[in-house]
Ligand binder design. Structure first.
Ligand code: HEC
Length: 238
């Protein structure tokens, strides 16, 4: 009898712990929004920062597909584990002076614990990408894409006509951007950013894309496949 009670209690405690861990990871998934503009959880999808897929056990600054690590991080000798990540997220600059992650750190130890509980699962090899915060944000469509950029870009390889740029003219301080649906939009030239995405996610050569940027609807990015396309695509004409 006593033994049965003990087993029942043990089961109850274990499942309570499991639930508590799930709660923590669920909160951590929300906290990951602070990281998602710069970090993807998909292997080798690099943005401002390196992909965090397969992070545990990785040497700091060592992802071969990421070209923009600071020397400070590359030569830090850190191997990412629970303790190292907790210290990094508390105060990156203190742990690795002169690193280039523009993030001031998280003071609240519970928030860090939640975030690490989420990341530990979500960065495991073969973690289901459907469950990641990034995908959840992708589900929110172009709105988030425009606001936070990065991971939520539309498919630039298969552009819909409203995004496919067929011509750009520049006159005084105005760009006129023509798209494949025949529409012409005007932009103050400080509000149109010309950029490239040479990765496999970028547009096809010769088919630049226009993507809304900012929250007010007055800005956009035109994304080219390569830098040499930019000036060729823009005609000075009034
Ligand atoms: C504004 C962009 C930005 C934000 C926000 C950001 N990071 Fe970073 N992160 C970077 C950059 C850039 C690097 C590379 C730094 C370097 O090389 O010095 C980096 C590096 C890292 C690394 C080291 C990876 C490796 O391969 O060694 C980890 C881990 C990390 N970030 C986690 C996070 C987490 C977790 C968050 C959210 C709490 C976060 N970062 C927020 C840009 C960002």
């Amino acid at each position: 009898m006593g033994r049965l009670l003990f087993v029942a209690l043990a089961v109850a405690i274990v499942s309570a712990q499991a639930f508590a861990q799930q709660d923590s990871a669920a909160r951590g998934e929300r906290d990951f929004r602070a990281c998602a503009p710069c970090h993807s959880l998909k292997p080798d999808r690099n943005m401002t920062g390196p992909s965090l897929a397969n992070l545990w056990g990785r040497k700091a600054g060592s992802l071969p597909s990421f070209d923009r690590y600071s020397d400070a991080l590359k030569s830090s000798g850190i191997i990412w584990d629970d303790g190292a990540l907790d210290a990094w997220l508390t105060d990156p600059e203190r742990m690795v002076p002169d690193n280039e992650m523009p993030f001031k750190g998280i003071q609240d130890s519970r928030v860090r614990a939640d975030l690490l509980a989420f990341l530990k699962e979500a960065t495991k090899p073969g973690a289901t990408p459907e469950r990641t915060a990034e995908n959840r944000m992708n589900g929110m469509g172009g709105m988030m894409g425009g606001m936070i950029g990065g991971g939520a870009d539309p498919d630039l390889k298969n552009l819909d006509p409203a995004r496919h740029v067929t011509g750009i003219t520049h006159c005084r301080e105005t760009y006129r951007v023509t798209t494949a649906d025949g529409k012409i939009r005007h932009f103050w030239d400080r509000n149109l950013r010309l950029m490239t995405d040479s990765s496999e996610r970028g547009p096809q050569r010769g088919a630049p894309a226009v993507v809304p940027a900012g929250m007010l609807g007055d800005r956009a990015d035109v994304i080219f496949a390569a830098p040499e396309e930019i000036s060729k695509a823009i005609e000075a004409r009034c």
